[in-house]
Design a protein. Structure first.
Ligand SMILES: Nc1ccn([C@@H]2O[C@H](COP(=O)(O)O)[C@@H](O)[C@H]2O)c(=O)n1
Ligand SMILES: [Mg+2]
Length: 289
């Protein structure tokens, strides 16, 4: 029914279950659907031409406004904490305090760098960030069909919003919850707003002050898109879930992580830099039969 599911990048533990959820989402109709998505390495690309693409944090870390010493310190943090973030053998209890430590230390370093609000657009323009292939169709299909898109990111909200804006796909159906920068009256970065969102607290605990999901109580079908094990809890605050389809991009250390991803995500996309499968599912869901 969806040819994209035959791509060699696609793995499913239970293809019949997947077909069942997709049929149910289609049957319940587009008015019941919402999409919840991570941003970094899910809507943005993990790699291009053999090189790693930057996360929203890395865009700042690598930018011209950061001193050489600042760049070195931020890179040291990345090299120390990223392997911990993706380590399949560490528990959440072990990881969470270390993730708070990483984000706090990185945000403190960034806040010492005199980053100007007025520089953000240029910083993004000069970066090597890329949205996944097929992003235009993805954002446009959701917009045209009035499907809410909730972007839940432990990245930097100001940066990811600017990326989407520069790609001309920041439509009114999009809502973002992320780490937003806090600028002083002169437009100089002085910190980050609370609550701090890291990879493993992307759940209801950081959404308490938003009424987003309560307003969407009629949207009982969910397509969830993520790239980390932490993204699996992004829909925990949804009040009424009837159908949920979890699609996971497995970008890094594929063989090591395959088992856990297949247990947790309904569809796993291995080293797939496109939104082909997601677009195929949406197309099928939106077509009137
Ligand atoms: N200082 C940091 C902290 C985190 N990251 C990466 O950001 C990603 C989180 O954003 P999502 O949109 O995916 O929630 C995650 O991949 C971290 O590795 C970073 O690059 N620098
Ligand atoms: Mg991500």
């Amino acid at each position: 029914m969806i040819v994209e599911l035959d791509k060699t990048t696609v793995r499913m533990k239970n293809p019949d279950h997947v077909r069942g959820i997709i049929s149910s989402i289609k049957k319940d109709g587009v008015n019941k659907l919402q999409v919840i998505s991570d941003f970094d390495m899910t809507l943005s690309r993990f790699g291009w031409n053999g090189r790693r693409c930057p996360t929203s944090h890395n865009i700042l870390d690598n930018s011209q406004v950061i001193t050489e010493e600042g760049k070195k310190q931020l890179k040291d943090l990345l090299h120390y904490y990223y392997p911990i973030e993706i380590d399949p053998n560490r528990t959440l209890e072990e990881k969470c305090p270390l993730m708070v430590e990483w984000w706090t230390r990185a945000h403190d370093l960034l806040s010492q760098q005199k980053i100007l609000k007025g520089d953000i657009a240029q910083i993004v323009k000069e970066s090597e960030v890329m949205l996944r292939e097929g992003f235009n169709e993805f954002f446009d299909q959701l917009h045209k069909n009035n499907v809410p898109l909730f972007i839940f990111s432990a990245g930097v909200g100001d940066i990811l919003e600017e990326i989407i804006r520069q790609a001309n796909v920041f439509h009114p159906n999009i809502n973002v919850v992320s780490n937003y920068m806090d600028f002083d009256d002169n437009g100089i970065l002085r910190g980050f707003k609370r609550p701090l969102i890291h990879t493993y607290n992307k759940n209801n605990t950081v959404l308490n002050n938003t009424e987003y999901f309560q307003q969407l109580s009629t949207k009982t079908s969910i397509i969830l898109l993520g790239d980390s094990m932490g993204d699996l809890t992004m829909a925990d605050g949804v009040t009424n879930v009837k159908n949920i389809l979890k699609i996971g991009f497995l970008n890094d250390k594929v063989e090591e992580h395959r088992g856990k991803y297949l247990e947790s995500y309904d569809i796993v996309l291995e080293r797939d830099e496109t939104l082909d499968v997601v677009n195929g599912i949406l197309r099928y869901t939106f077509i009137e039969t």
